[in-house]
Design a protein around this ligand. Structure first.
Ligand code: GLN
Length: 406
């Protein structure tokens, strides 16, 4: 007997959703979108935080030499040995932390990958992650992609523009609970410019110990500090070394945001998990650029002092220009962004104001709402990046004088 073939079942058109629920739950990066708009309208890009000046010649030479010497195949998946050794040596020198480069470092494609690889390595569905807001945009989608539930805690802007952004200790404590897997820190902070103090980090340490939570700390702006602010790594506080994942990268310190070289430092057990995730996400970061990274991380102290001093000059160039144009500015103590209050312009929200700036004035910024879980919190803020040449900053200042009030 010949079996009857069963009719092939075809899903009726539209019955199957091809886009995942996760991908539906977040939008494209607003920061990267503003860069595209800057290109479209021929605007000056003070939106995305990348330098428009050259990277140090010595580091570029090291990358060219590595390519010429045929360092062109995969590095070890978790990072070239020479580069991991340079990372460990630098952490010892600057933070006093003894790190074993063989089992405690994972080199990734930028700190962006280090963050998502770390979250994927530690979270289960339903785990909660505490995140300060305003936050660097990626942390929101990172939480969704790793099935974690974000618990947002507000960093309150200072009433006096020269003051500091602060969290309320009661609000932070209330965000911790039995499901808390980790808190994400970013110091110096993007977008506020806040540099967390030792006392604040100690308060966070106490909560991590009490609730058995990890700290994931993004320290990519560690060398960009002003007004005597000091960078403290939470991993260096008593009891935190084993429960901290420290994330950093070459992008900001060496002005090479396009190289995509970052790293995560964590205990051997955590590193083992991060390395597995990293391996299957990307295999490895660019091999010749890791060689150049070993040269970069070996630069002597004056390099870092000059970096901070040059950014201070840029900050102090853009701040008065923004104030003259009518913005209320919050003075950053670190990183290279200025958050502003746009209330004086009387626009209905940050997005319409940022659109006015990019289309009519020729300056791209980032609408404040993209840094908050609740857009209304950022409805009167926009962020400007000042990692730009004097000429770029001066021209932006001239254009912004024409920003109009409504
Ligand atoms: N960190 C930079 C910013 O906040 C760049 C972000 C990015 O596009 N990777 O603007």
């Amino acid at each position: 007997m010949v079996p009857k073939s069963r009719p092939t079942r075809r899903p009726s058109a539209g019955s199957k959703r091809f886009i995942s629920e996760k991908a539906e739950r977040f939008t494209e990066s607003v920061i990267r979108d503003m860069t595209r708009q800057a290109h479209l309208y021929g605007a000056i890009n003070l939106a995305q935080g990348f330098p428009d000046f050259p990277a140090p010649a010595e580091i570029k030479r090291a990358a060219q030499q590595a390519i010429a010497a045929d360092v062109n195949q995969y590095a070890i998946t978790w990072g070239a040995k020479s580069f991991r050794q340079a990372i460990a040596a630098k952490m010892k020198k600057w933070q006093g932390l003894e790190i074993d480069p063989e089992v405690e470092i994972t080199v990734c494609c930028g700190s962006t990958e280090a963050m998502i690889a770390s979250l994927l390595a530690i979270t289960n569905a339903g785990d909660e992650i505490v995140i300060f807001e305003p936050f660097y945009e990626n942390y929101g989608p990172d939480a969704i992609l790793s099935d974690a539930r974000p618990r947002f805690v507000t960093l309150h802007p200072p009433a006096d523009p020269a003051g500091e952004w602060r969290f309320d200790e009661h609000e932070l404590r209330a965000a911790f609970g039995p499901q808390t897997k980790a808190i994400i820190l970013n110091t110096p902070n993007n977008p506020t410019g806040k540099v967390f103090t030792r006392a604040e980090l100690e308060f966070i340490r106490e909560l991590c110990l009490e609730f058995g939570a990890l700290a994931i700390t993004d320290e990519i702006y560690e060398h960009i500090l002003y007004d005597g602010a000091r960078h403290i790594s939470i991993a260096a506080l008593d009891g935190m070394r084993e429960r901290t994942i420290t994330i950093n990268g070459m992008s900001k310190t060496y002005s090479v945001t396009g190289w995509r070289v970052g790293w995560a430092v964590a205990s051997p057990a955590l590193t083992n998990a991060i390395r597995k995730v990293h391996d299957f996400l990307t295999v490895g970061a660019p091999a010749p650029l890791q060689e150049a990274g070993a040269t970069a991380l070996g630069l002597s102290d004056p390099y870092y002092q000059e970096l901070a001093a040059a950014y201070r000059v840029r900050r102090d160039r853009l701040l008065p220009a923004l104030q003259q144009a009518g913005f209320k500015t919050f003075i950053p103590r670190g990183a290279y962004y200025i958050m502003t209050d746009i209330s004086p312009f009387g626009f209905p929200d940050d997005v319409s104001f940022a659109q006015h700036l990019v289309r009519d004035i020729g300056v791209a910024s980032v609408p404040g709402s993209s840094f908050y879980s609740r857009p209304e919190l950022g409805a009167h803020q926009v962020r400007f990046a000042f990692c730009k040449t004097d000429a770029t900053l001066d021209e932006a200042g001239r254009r912004l004088l024409k920003a109009r009030s409504r």
